[in-house]
Design a protein around this ligand. Sequence first.
Ligand SMILES: [Zn+2]
Ligand SMILES: [Zn+2]
Length: 302
Amino acid sequence: MPAHVPNRSGPSGPSGPSRRSVLTTAGLVAAGVALDGTVGASSASAAAAPAIFYSPHQDDEAIGLAGSILEHKAAGRPVYLVLVSKGENGGLAEYMNQGDCKTLGDRCSAPGHHHRLGWQESWPTPEVVAGRTAEFALSAKALGVDKVINFKLSDEAFGDYDNFVKKVMAKVRALAQQYPGASHKFAAGWLDGTDTHKACSDAAYWLMKNGELTDVRFNYIYAYKHFSDPADRGRGADYVLHIPAAHMARKRASILAYNTWDPGRNLYSLGYHSVSDWLEPAYADPREFVYTLPKKYKPGKL
Ligand SMILES: [Zn+2]
Ligand SMILES: [Zn+2]
């Protein structure tokens, strides 16, 4: 990989080399080359029960699950990656329609930092869903997961929350029955503090209560955003994963999938326009924060 220089500053403006964040498209291409030799090397572990990771939205797996995914792969486990919600997002469509990029300015990887895509801004934002899912697929490829599963649930946690939890439960239950002995990894939604993530935790909570899930862990995906000082992240975690350098390179490739501008592949840097403030610290911090369910867990909408 070419060297990335975090927080490098330089001349701005459309003609000069713009200020680049640590996330660049060039980095992605180089990382993709390096990954070719390692994908598909898990046949020896085909008999092992899978570790199933549930990403509430496109980008959550890159931010806070990638290192754990690679850890399980390295331990010989097949890893399945689930995308829970479709990730409808009207605000992101507005960003993409705005012309000169006010969201990212010269950090925007579109030519001239300009995009007027004419995307539908009202629910269910089909172009946003397709673009985000293309980024997710590229990220999953970078991580070398054995299977990608898309629940295709409308992100309705902000509306009929309880119904959304039930839908997630039904889908997770089906996987638990299909793959006995699987371990299940969710977002620590009670810490992340968004309804969609909390709904995933709640689904796990209810299924654990019924005895339908036993081996369950939760990653604090928003720790990077919630604590600007890295020393504050992971306090109270049951396990802090220190991601080895080789795995961190792949996690970064997964993050870079969310800052790649390549319309021919339906890639529009949507993740970076949406949550650059979360992707940047996750890119810089080679740790993930793993929790078990708290004893006093309270299910329900936040
Ligand atoms: Zn999310
Ligand atoms: Zn932009």
